[in-house]
Structures are given as C-alpha cells and as structure tokens.
Design a protein around this ligand. Structure first.
Ligand SMILES: O=P(O)(O)OC[C@H]1O[C@H](OP(=O)(O)OP(=O)(O)O)[C@H](O)[C@@H]1O
Ligand SMILES: O=c1cc[nH]c(=O)[nH]1
Ligand SMILES: [Mg+2]
Length: 209
C-alpha cells in the first residue's frame, strides 16, 4: 500500500551512527535494536483501540483505552532480523514469534529459503516482519508469500534501510502491505548492496565480517 519513512530526529541520528565506517559489532547491534524500537512505535500507530471500564485508584469506575484484542506475531528474517528482535519485543512483549530463514545467493541475488516456523492461527494476527535491509526485495517478497500462503491477511514490514528498487518491487508484488523504514536510500550497486546503506547487516550484527 505505502512506504512510511520515519524522519524523527532520534531515528535519523541513530541511523547516521550506524553508517559510520568501522562501527563496532556492539554499537551496530545496540543501534539496530534501538531503531527497531522506534520504528515499531510508528508501525503500531494504527492499531485499533476500544474503551473499557476499570476501577480507578479511588475505587470509582473510569474509562480507559485498550488496544482492541489484535494479536501480533513478529517475523524476524534470519539472520539479520534477529538483531532487531529485542528492540521490537520491548514494545510488544507478549507478541508471538514466527521465524523464517532466507539466505540471499550472492551470485544470483535470489533468496534461498531454509527455515519456516510460523505461529498457529496466523490468519488472526498482524504480522510485523523485521529485517534491517530491503535490497532487491526478493527476501521480503518470499517471506510475505509464505505468510499469505499460511493465511495471514494483515502484514506490516519494518526495515532499517530500503533501496528504491526493492520498495517498488515489494509493493508491486504485495500492494496491500505497509513498509516502515528509517530511509529509502539512493540505489543498489552491481552486487546488490544498498548505497549508501549499512554494508552487510547480518555480518555486522553477528560479527562474521
Ligand atoms: O532484498 P534482498 O535482495 O533479498 O536482500 C536483503 C536480504 O539480504 C540480507 O540477508 P542475507 O541473505 O545476507 O542473510 P543474513 O541475514 O543471514 O546475513 C538482509 O538481511 C535481507 O534479508
Ligand atoms: O546492502 C545490503 C543488501 C543486502 N544485505 C545486506 O546486509 N546489505
Ligand atoms: Mg548478510
């Protein structure tokens, strides 16, 4: 449906720190998690609310607002998506987790699926797919295909950085989803890396550089 670029100063400042040459694994991990939290705050803005009556501090009935029973599953794409998990789960600690594993073939840039463990009754849940990078869009499209095949109808995507090519391809394949990101960068290079981008996010998070 649409792409939301979150221009909040905290998001942009932290993203700028992540782009620094030679950043440590520790800093990159911490910032992935922190920006994950801030993007989750934005991605959950449209959750439906309802009024409920509770007993207030003095025993009288008062009305408060609650999120209207929408269940959520967080969907990290292995490996790099795990780097955002902590930060995302901080805001929605009772969310169930559906894990998918995809590894991009470095020659063809095609995603190769190797793991899928989705929660039951996923048709009743909002899926929040998390991955630091949306490059060609291949991994994200394959993940959304998996979720839809399992019956999921409500899907939002949270990525730290996206390439314009990947955003266009993902929204063309799945026009009903929403993408939340800190930046749509300039372009993909000939090796499928986002420019200016973050480099290889998985390697930076796991220290496998
Ligand atoms: O949009 P695409 O062109 O599909 O590329 C993006 C994917 O590539 C990276 O993962 P990678 O395959 O390197 O696996 P990793 O997380 O295990 O490092 C990244 O975390 C995305 O999942
Ligand atoms: O720029 C990119 C593209 C794909 N995967 C990454 O980790 N970085
Ligand atoms: Mg990688």
């Amino acid at each position: 449906m649409t792409v939301h670029v979150i221009k909040h100063p905290l998001v942009q400042h932290k993203l700028g720190l992540m782009r620094q040459y030679g950043i440590s694994t520790k800093s990159f991990r911490e910032l992935s998690s922190e920006v994950g939290t801030l993007l989750t705050y934005e991605a959950t803005k449209s959750l439906e609310m309802e009024h409920v009556t509770i007993k207030g501090w003095d025993g009288s009935d008062i009305q408060v607002e609650h999120i209207k029973g929408k269940k959520i599953t967080v969907v990290p794409i292995l490996r790099a998506g795990l780097g955002m998990m902590d930060g995302v789960m901080k805001l929605i600690p009772s969310a169930k987790v559906s894990v998918v594993g995809l590894q991009r073939n470095e020659e063809t840039l095609e995603p190769v699926p190797y793991f899928e463990k989705l929660v039951g009754k996923i048709d009743e849940r909002l899926s929040l797919v998390i991955d630091p990078m949306l490059a060609t869009g291949g991994s994200m499209i394959a993940t959304i295909d998996m979720l839809k095949k399992a019956g999921c109808k409500d899907i939002k995507v949270i990525v730290l950085v996206a390439a314009p090519e990947g955003v266009e391809r993902t929204l063309e394949a799945h026009p009903d989803i929403e993408i939340f990101t800190a930046s749509v960068d300039h372009h993909l290079n000939e090796k499928g890396y986002i420019i200016p981008g973050l480099g290889d996010a998985g390697d930076k998070i796991f220290g496998t550089l």
